[in-house]
Design a binder for this molecule. Structure first.
Ligand SMILES: C=CC1=C(C)c2cc3[nH]c(cc4nc(cc5[nH]c(cc1n2)c(C)c5CCC(=O)O)C(CCC(=O)O)=C4C)c(C)c3C=C
Ligand SMILES: [Fe+2]
Length: 441
C-alpha cells in the first residue's frame, strides 16, 4: 500500500506568507493558507514532492520571522503546520513525525490545582505560538529560527496521580485506573506514569527540541520532569510516496491502524461528548498508553528472514500477509500449507492482535523508535516508544496486551521497560487552554 499508517488529517496548509508577518518577533499563524481552488498548500505540494519550495502569493512562506527581510523561505516540510485549536488535541491523528519527545512531569511539593491551571495556561499559549511557527514572546533562544512550524504538535495529558495532587479525585476518570500487571513486564517505576504528560512531535529536530525546552522552562517552580524519552521516525518526504513507516526490527509497522475515514474511527479513538462513563471534561479526548519497549535486536537479527516473517505473520519486504497478496490484502487466517499447518502461525503477532481476535479491541498506534546508546558489551538500548490512542484502554490496549502476554511470538524479542496511562482531554477552543474544563469546571 502506498499510504502512511496515519493520514495527515489535521495538518493545515502552510506557514503564513510574508505579507502576514506581524511586527516584532511573531508571525500570524492562525490561517491555513489556501490557493484559489480551496486545496491546502500541503495537498498541492504532496503531488509536487515534499522538498519543493513553498511559494506563497508574495514569493515564499516564511517561518519565525523577526522582519520580512530576514524571513527564510521554507520547503513544504518546514511550512507544514498542525492546528493547536480544534475538537481534538493535535498529535493524535497526524502522520508520524520525524522527531519526538515524550516527557512526564510531577507537580512540585506545594503545587495544587491553582498552580496546575496556571501551568496548563502557559503551556497552551506556548504550544499555540510554536505550532504556528512563531517565536516565544520573551527570551526565545532562536533554536527553531528558520525551520518554520515543521508540523510541530504538542499534546498534554493527565496521569492518575494528578487528581489527588490537585484535589480533583471526583473528576478522575475510571479509565485512568492503573493498568493491570502483565507477566512480561520489566517496568522501571521511575520512568513510568507521572502527574502530567507532554508529547512533542515535529519533522525537524531543532523545532522539537526548542519546544521541549520551552515546555520545561514554562514548568518553572510548578512541576519537575519525572522522565523523558526521545524518539524518531522516517522523515516524511524521504520517499516519493507516503509509505507505512518501518520500526527498528525492519518491519512495516502501522499497516492495520484504524483510519480517520473508517466509520467507527471516532468511536474507537475518542471519548464521545455524552453517553460514556467519562467525566464531561474528557469529551473529545482520548487515552494514551505509553510503553517503552526495548527490542532485543541481537537476538532478533540472528533469526532468518523466514523466521522473522513467521513471528509477525507478514512479509518483511512489503508487509503483505503470509497468506498472500500485498500490504493491504486481507489476511487469510485459515489458509494452510501442504502439511496442513496455518501459513500465518497461531502465535504470529499480526494474527493475535487483530480486533476480531480480541472482542473488537482496537487502538491507534502512533509510535516513535528510540535509541539510547549501547552498553559496555555493545548491546543496543533501542526499541519502540509505543504510544497508542483509544476511547477506553480497557477496550483497547488492555485486552490485546493480555493476549500478547499469553503467547505472542514477538515477546521473546522485546521487553516492556516503562509504562504510562494518560487522560488527554479534547482540544482547546479559541481563548481556552487545554484542560480548562477540568481545572476550572
Ligand atoms: C498491546 C498492543 C500492542 C503492542 C504492545 C505491540 C507491540 C509491537 N508491535 C510490533 C510490530 C507490529 N505490530 C503489528 C500489528 C499490530 N500490533 C498491535 C498491537 C500491539 N503491538 C495491533 C493492534 C496490530 C494490528 C492488528 C490488526 O489489526 O491486524 C505489525 C503488523 C503491521 C501492522 O498492522 O501494523 C507489526 C510489524 C512491535 C515491533 C512491537 C513492540 C516492539
Ligand atoms: Fe504490534
Amino acid at each position: 500500500m502506498a499510504d502512511q499508517s496515519i493520514p495527515e488529517a489535521c495538518t493545515s496548509g502552510a506557514a503564513p506568507a510574508p505579507e502576514e508577518t506581524l511586527p516584532g518577533n511573531g508571525t500570524r499563524g492562525e490561517t491555513p493558507v489556501q490557493d484559489g481552488s480551496g486545496i491546502s498548500r500541503r495537498t498541492l505540494l504532496g503531488t509536487a514532492g515534499a522538498t519543493g519550495l513553498v511559494l506563497g502569493t508574495a514569493g515564499g512562506a516564511v517561518g519565525y520571522a523577526a522582519a520580512p527581510s530576514e524571513a527564510t523561505p521554507l520547503s513544504s516540510v518546514g511550512a507544514d503546520m498542525a492546528m493547536f485549536h480544534g475538537k481534538h488535541q493535535p498529535g493524535i491523528t497526524e502522520g508520524l513525525q520525524a522527531k519526538g519527545h515524550l516527557v512526564a512531569f510531577d507537580l512540585a511539593a506545594g503545587a495544587g490545582r491553582k498552580e496546575a491551571a496556571a501551568l496548563l495556561r502557559r503551556w497552551s499559549a506556548t504550544a499555540e505560538r510554536l505550532m504556528a511557527g512563531e517565536a516565544l514572546t520573551s527570551d526565545d533562544t532562536d533554536v527553531a529560527r528558520d525551520a518554520g512550524p515543521s508540523s510541530l504538535t504538542i499534546t498534554f495529558g493527565f496521569g492518575h496521580s494528578f487528581f489527588a495532587r490537585t484535589g480533583l479525585e471526583k473528576q478522575r476518570p475510571v479509565s485512568l485506573d492503573p493498568l493491570p500487571d502483565f507477566s512480561s513486564d520489566h517496568l522501571d517505576k521511575a520512568r513510568s506514569n507521572g502527574d502530567l504528560w507532554v508529547q512533542i512531535g515535529a519533522n525537524d529536530g531543532l523545532v522539537a527540541f526548542h519546544a521541549l525546552r520551552a515546555i520545561q522552562k514554562d514548568a518553572g517552580a510548578a512541576a519537575r520532569i519525572r522522565w523523558q524519552m526521545n524518539g524518531f521516525n522516517r522523515t516524511p518526504g524521504a520517499t516519493a510516496h507516503p509509505m507505512t513507516a518501518r520500526n527498528l526490527m525492519g518491519q512495516l509497522d502501522g499497516t492495520r491502524n484504524p483510519k480517520p475515514t473508517d466509520s467507527d474511527f471516532d468511536k474507537r479513538i475518542f471519548v464521545p461528548s455524552s453517553g460514556s462513563n467519562d467525566p464531561s471534561w474528557m469529551a473529545n479526548g482520548s487515552y494514551a498508553v505509553v510503553r517503552r519497549i526495548r527490542m532485543l535486536l541481537d537476538d532478533w537479527e540472528k533469526l532468518s528472514l523466514a523466521a522473522q516473517e513467521n513471528v509477525i505473520g507478514r512479509r518483511k519486504s512489503n508487509g503483505a500477509p503470509l497468506s498472500g497478496g500485498s500490504e493491504t490484502t486481507a489476511m487469510d487466517l485459515d489458509k494452510t500449507d501442504a502439511k496442513g499447518e496455518y501459513v500465518v502461525p497461531v502465535n504470529a503477532h499480526s494474527r493475535i492482535t487483530r480486533p476480531d481476535q480480541n472482542g473488537g479491541a482496537a487502538m491507534l498506534r502512533r509510535p516513535f523508535s528510540y535509541h539510547d546508546g549501547f552498553d559496555a558489551n555493545g548491546v543496543p538500548d533501542a526499541g519502540l516508544l509505543f504510544v497508542c490512542w483509544q476511547a477506553d484502554p480497557l477496550r483497547g490496549f488492555v485486552p490485546v496486551q493480555r493476549k500478547l502476554d499469553r503467547g505472542d511470538a514477538l515477546s521473546k524479542y522485546i521487553r516492556h521497560e516503562a509504562s504510562g496511562l494518560f487522560a488527554v482531554p479534547g482540544g482547546a477552543a479559541k481563548g481556552e487552554y487545554v484542560g480548562q474544563r477540568l481545572l476550572e469546571g
